[in-house]
Design a protein around this ligand. Structure first.
Ligand code: HEC
Ligand code: HEC
Length: 435
């Protein structure tokens, strides 16, 4: 066991050796990484193929032509995403106006939930101490049976949810004929679809904000064609469009790797640079490519389902396409700010990012049914990374891909004046709000 003194000298040594990673050696690593990133860029943009746009540069952000981005819409959406006053249809009246979209997707957790199963209305408490209100039954809460993915960098996906069922364009254009999913009735992109549908799914509505003058003004500025009146379907639809517009601006563009791509060669440590080299040299980039490090494909990589899954099997993409070749395939997730939240994987089957790296290095599926399906990706095979490579690849994920300033996307207040992202008594106390 290390004594305290030894531990301190160990820390100093690590520092010393990091400093000794002289400028010359990091610039050599930078050159190596640059070569590899360029090799993996499919077009002449080179490094810029991987760059996330600036959040204020609305024209550079991918968008649905039916929901063009405007600053007014983004501002309204920022409020609505955090607005606990939308939560007006809880199963138990006790939970009226206590949750928001950000209950399950909040900035501090990299827009994930920091829980194996996120909790909306019916939950009490903040961050990873949020739990079921012990006074109500399970059926009275908003709890989905799958890990809440991140909302960061979602502008770079055209279909949404782990099985990709939301969204009527791109990958779903053909699937809609086979399996006309009701949530796609508006003919919009995935993000707009989930924005609108999410309001109903998460037991929300716009009735209680309709007579707040600030919202009337915000809606008029965002959608000048028609006044905001009440709880009509049309108002819910526009609330969803505004939320989607805001979500498109949530970009991890201040992460060290992003700064490095844009020319700040000192933004990453030697260990992060080495990890980046491993990432771009090994299998990872076959699926985790593009500005959000997710290529919009579906793959079976053998992760377990969440134990609460009713029949123990989530077939993933094939539940949309109805094709056996898609059994156990899930959408490739984006990789930024994952270290702000735990656990990982659609079934919450990894506690740490190092565990995920070790899993891919080992190359053996957790979910045996996926192995027998014959659909497992050919990229799930032993990678033979050594300890140092595993450590560096983990550092690349944990800190190289972590934007340290996501709080810039959180509003200082919301127009209802209620507490947010949660407004239950336990959260109010923890947030020191409305006391
Ligand atoms: C109870 C927690 C909870 C609440 C509240 C919640 N979400 Fe989610 N969200 C989830 C879960 C879980 C998933 C994954 C569901 C799936 O894939 O089947 C998800 C998925 C998403 C996705 C898809 C992301 C992707 O990469 O595919 C978007 C977008 C999203 N939510 C937006 C919202 C919006 C907007 C609201 C508010 C209207 C909201 N969420 C409220 C838990 C929640
Ligand atoms: C064949 C495509 C593919 C390859 C290769 C691949 N991944 Fe993934 N990755 C996925 C998919 C699909 C998921 C989601 C699986 C699930 O949850 O069922 C995922 C999930 C992850 C997650 C968890 C994300 C979350 O939101 O919880 C991390 C971290 C990750 N991959 C990192 C890596 C690293 C590092 C490598 C290289 C060693 C790698 N991946 C190689 C497709 C791939």
């Amino acid at each position: 066991m290390l004594t305290l003194a030894l531990w301190f000298s160990h820390v100093e040594n690590t520092y010393a050796s990091d400093n000794q990673d002289s400028h010359a050696s990091t610039s050599y690593l930078s050159q190596q990484l640059e070569q590899l990133v360029k090799t993996n860029a499919p077009d002449e943009r080179g490094l810029y193929y991987f760059v996330l746009p600036d959040s204020h540069n609305l024209t550079e952000i991918p968008q649905d032509p039916q929901n063009p981005l405007t600053l007014e819409k983004v501002k309204l959406g920022q409020f609505l995403f955090h607005e606990t006053a939308l939560s007006i249809n809880p199963s138990n009246p006790k939970h009226w106006q206590q949750a928001s979209c950000a209950s399950c997707h909040f900035a501090q957790a990299g827009f994930r939930s920091n829980l194996p199963l996120a909790l909306g209305t019916g939950g009490i408490g903040v961050n990873n101490s949020r739990k079921l209100d012990p006074e109500v039954s399970y059926t009275n809460v908003d709890k989905q049976k799958i890990l809440a993915p991140s909302i960061l960098n979602v502008a770079f996906q055209n279909v949404m949810l782990w099985d990709g069922r939301a969204g009527s364009h791109g990958l779903n254009a053909k699937e809609q004929f086979v399996n006309n999913t009701y949530i796609n009735r508006y003919g919009l992109s995935g993000l707009e679809t989930v924005g609108i549908d999410g309001i109903t799914v998460h037991k929300m509505g716009t009735a209680a904000i309709a007579d707040i003058p600030e919202y009337q003004q915000l809606f008029a500025q965002a959608f000048p064609d028609r006044p905001f009146v009440s709880a009509e379907v049309e108002d819910k639809k526009r609330a969803g469009l505004a939320i989607a517009a805001y979500e498109r601006t949530l970009l991890a563009n201040q992460a060290p790797f992003q700064k490095w791509l844009k020319g700040d060669r000192k933004a990453m440590s030697a260990s992060e640079l080495r990890g980046g080299i491993t990432f771009f040299k090994s299998s990872c980039v076959k699926c985790h490519a593009g500005p959000n490090l997710a290529n919009m494909e579906f793959h079976a990589v053998g992760f377990s389902d969440h134990p609460s899954e009713i029949n123990g099997l989530n077939l993933g993409r094939s539940s949309v396409t109805r094709k056996a070749k898609d059994d156990f395939k899930f959408k490739v997730p984006q990789l930024y700010n994952l270290s702000d939240s735990s656990p990982h994987g659609h079934g919450a089957s990894f506690q740490t990012l190092r565990e995920v790296v070790e899993y891919f290095n080992h190359g053996e599926p957790q979910n045996l049914a996926s192995k027998h399906s014959g659909n497992l990706s050919i990229w799930l095979k032993p990678l033979n990374l050594n300890d140092e490579e595993i450590r560096d690849l983990t550092a690349f994920l944990e800190t190289g891909l972590r934007d340290p300033n996501l709080e810039r996307y959180v509003p200082e207040r919301i127009p209802s004046g209620l507490c947010f992202p949660n407004n239950d008594p336990v959260s109010r106390k923890a947030l020191k709000c409305g006391q």
